[in-house]
Design a protein around this ligand. Structure first.
Ligand code: ADP
Ligand code: ZN
Ligand code: ZN
Length: 753
């Protein structure tokens, strides 16, 4: 017998309340995960609808008490079924409980009351209303007459307008309602996060490169060919124009579009461009929306009130029933990977969702991920290039400065001579400058020069960072304490901060270039709701000469007056603890350099580094993606890192270090047993094609928020083999002593552990 777990209420609070039903033989083929079913419910056995979220051969309780389901109606594809099905695929592919997977695809139901708008409508016919009006005039019912006059002019009057503008009392309105002259109707108003604006449609003439992509993709689309396309286009090459043209094509055929943009690039400038073109058929999602607003967006999509949704990763689950296209801009961005289970990648889920409903996928980036470019070269995606800047700008000239040489010249400042003279030049010309540093805070870690003691967070295994306000802060959990005068280990007074952060750079600029107007943008200055936008628009309005900032300043902004970009220390991201460090460095430098020279004046970029010969830096300096790809791919192949191979990271967490460690070894044994119990068949153990295991070891971040972390890495060239290990580990019954130990899976991780 097959048993189905059925949920009857699709809301976050009730997702874990499933009920088991038996599946009668006649429905076996239709009873798939996600299927809509009719079931007898409760004591009275009234028939209600539900969705299947799990199937198994084992009954959860006494078989005689399990009721059979009544029907599996096949009335077309219900969007909920599709999303539940997708959740199951996510759970299976990335590892998680079905519950976590469902919570990923289904939004939290509205918790805030809807903003309600009440409208007054006339019930009487015009003639009868006019009769009534005369009657009111005769009786000197001035207010009633005034209301009726308004309603005769225009049937449908806003309740608040009537009360506040026409000075008609609530009692008067109520009286007319009771006399059945008028009725009051509530309309649910969706909270639209972007205010209505005039649509202005000034179309750009696309260049040949852009037009070629558009023509080919449109042609395939119209022939019913669905594909995944990768547009590799340099910064400012006009990718967004291409997206907009294709979006228009797809929605003109009555289908919908999901467009993912990293949250950090979702600025007013970007959003407004789309809004001007598509008006209020668009909806925007971002993390600043309230749960209620988010739920409204969900409903608007479900009710076909919008055609396009723009947002970060979670917008991927917009409940469009006729989806035609999914676009992922800045496809390489780390934020497309979920950091909580299920640790899915939006790219893979987008391709899966598109395949399920017959949609196409477009990926775009100036610096594609190794994964995407690899697949494009293998022919799995169709590759397009945009090699020239579309607008007026040209690519900037890049100088790489060796910081070791500066030290030899006894230049101890953080500005190399070249950067300094270029800054002075731009300040004189009243052009703008962006200085980029991939760190935040005042400075790096704080350590003792006598004994080497490093100030660390008591809850996390990371060093504390010194801030301007005299505090030491943990950027991981927010813990802070006052800066100390004496080393807590040896009592020495020689304890101080090292490294360079954004605050420090800001301070040094002010000292070095007095009179320059400086803005700073990092996590500390953007913690308020709109501060991010404020800083950017202030810089765009040329209220400052220099913008100093972290990663945040390099994403998708167009500042035509910026002609100089300085990268203070390009290597910082090279020392990250994971295999993607080189890739991330190349991406950051390329994107940062791409900020210069977007207007009519040519731009220059200064990259300051201690590793001028590192291929990530050299290739970024030449804006040579292909060269970078070649070098990086050689490294990945040699080390068997993705995309040359696949890695499954298994994170084991516990409040007790020992317990986490023991459980990690327990899992290791399970994996080893699996390997040998399959007659070398499953894992095809031979020279090239074997399962590699690294660990268990303490994670690099060995403690976070008082939870200890251990890690095992398993490598195999075939994703399916790793999935099989994950499935087996998900199924094992752990000894009771390991109760409370957590396990998380992460395939081809984006960040180190
Ligand atoms: P990307 O998304 O690749 O960074 P955008 O689409 O934002 O590039 O284009 C960069 C700038 O060039 C924008 O200001 C855009 O309006 C302009 N632009 C794009 N295509 C053209 C074109 N064919 N002709 C003139 N300007 C263009
Ligand atoms: Zn901490
Ligand atoms: Zn000390």
């Amino acid at each position: 017998m097959v048993y189905a777990d059925v949920i009857v209420d699709i809301s976050h609070e009730n997702l874990d309340k499933s009920y088991q039903y038996a599946v009668p033989d006649e429905f076996i083929s239709k009873a798939v995960i996600g299927a809509l079913v009719e079931i007898p419910f409760g004591r009275g056995n009234r028939t209600i609808k539900g969705y299947i979220v799990g199937l198994s051969a084992t009954p959860k309780f006494d078989v005689s008490l399990i009721k059979p389901l009544l029907n599996v109606p096949s009335n077309g594809l219900v969007i909920e079924s599709h999303l539940i099905h997708l959740a199951y695929w996510i759970k299976d592919t990335f590892g998680a409980t079905m519950n976590d997977a469902l919570k990923t695809v289904i939004p939290v139901k509205r918790t805030v009351k809807n903003v309600e708008k009440r409208m007054i409508h006339l019930i009487l016919s015009q003639d009868m209303a006019k009769e009534k009006l005369e009657e009111f005039h005769k009786k000197h019912n001035v207010a009633r007459a005034r209301l009726l006059e308004e309603l005769l002019k225009e049937n449908g009057l806003d309740y608040e307008t009537a009360v506040n503008k026409l000075n008609i009392s609530r009692q008067t309105i109520k009286a007319l309602e009771e006399q059945k002259i008028i009725e009051i109707v509530s309309e649910t108003i969706y909270r639209n996060p972007i205010k209505r604006k005039e649509i202005e449609n000034q179309k750009i003439v696309l260049n040949e490169e852009q037009q070629k992509i558009i023509d080919e993709v449109k042609q395939e689309y119209d022939l019913g060919i669905r594909n995944t396309y990768l547009i590799h286009g340099i910064t400012g090459s006009g990718k967004t124009e291409v997206y907009m043209e294709l979006i228009e094509h797809v929605i003109s055929q009555g289908r919908q579009v999901i467009m993912l943009i990293p949250e950090i690039a979702l600025t007013f400038q970007t959003v407004n461009r789309f809004y001007k073109r598509f008006g209020d058929r668009i909806s925007i999602m971002n993390s600043r929306l309230s749960a209620g607003e988010r739920y409204d967006q969900y409903l608007r999509a479900k009710n076909n009130e919008i055609d396009i949704i723009i947002g970060p990763r979670s917008a991927l689950f917009a409940p469009f029933s006729n989806l035609g296209l999914i676009i992922i801009d800045e496809e390489h961005e780390g934020s497309y990977k979920s950091e909580t289970p299920p640790k899915y990648h939006a790219r893979e889920v987008a391709i899966q969702r598109a395949a399920m409903v017959g949609a196409s996928v477009i990926l775009g980036s100036a610096t594609p991920s190794l994964e995407a470019y690899y697949k494009a070269l293998e022919g799995e995606y169709k590759l397009y290039q945009l090699n020239i800047r579309a607008g007026q700008g040209i690519l900037p000239r890049v100088h790489i400065v060796d910081l070791r040489e500066e030290l030899k010249k006894r230049n101890k400042s953080i500005f190399s001579e070249q950067l300094k003279s270029l800054i002075i030049d731009r300040l004189n010309k009243k052009q703008q400058i962006m200085l980029f540093i991939n760190r935040r805070g005042y400075a790096g870690f704080v350590s003792c020069r006598s004994c080497g003691h490093v100030m660390k967070c008591p809850h996390c295994d990371v060093s504390l960072t010194s801030h301007n306000n005299g505090h030491l802060v943990c950027h991981y959990c927010g813990y802070h304490e006052p800066m100390t005068d004496n080393c807590p280990a040896c009592g020495s007074r020689f304890i101080a901060a090292f490294g360079t952060g954004t605050q420090k750079v800001e301070e040094l600029i002010k000292k070095e270039f007095p009179g320059a107007r400086v803005l700073r943008m990092d996590m500390d200055t953007t913690s308020n709701k709109n501060s991010h936008e404020k800083i950017l628009s202030s810089f765009a309005n040329q209220e400052a000469d220099i913008l100093v900032g972290t990663q945040m300043i390099v994403k998708g902004h167009d500042f035509p007056n910026v002609t100089l970009v300085g990268i203070i220390a390009a290597d910082l991201s090279l020392y990250a603890s994971d295999y993607r460090a080189g890739e991330r460095t190349f991406q950051l430098l390329t994107q940062a350099a791409g900020r210069a020279g977007r207007g009519s004046e040519p731009g220059e970029v200064v990259i300051q580094t201690y590793n001028p010969e590192h291929y990530s830096i050299v290739a970024a300096g030449r804006n040579d993606y292909k060269e970078f790809y070649k070098e990086e791919m050689t490294f990945r192949k040699l080390m068997e890192y993705p995309p040359a191979s696949h890695i499954l990271a298994i994170l084991i967490t516990s409040k007790e270090d020992e317990k986490a460690k023991n459980y990690a070894y327990f899992l290791l044994k399970v994996i080893n047993d699996l390997k040998t119990s399959n007659d070398n068949d499953m894992y095809r153990i031979n020279e090239e094609n074997q399962l590699g295991i690294i660990g268990p070891t303490k994670a690099y971040l060995s403690k976070a928020k008082d939870i200890f972390r251990w890690i095992i890495y398993v490598k195999h060239i075939d994703y399916e083999e790793l999935k099989d290990i994950k499935n087996n580990l998900e199924k094992i019954e752990s000894p009771i002593e390991f109760k409370g130990v957590g396990v998380q899976f992460d395939f081809d991780p984006m960040n180190g552990y």
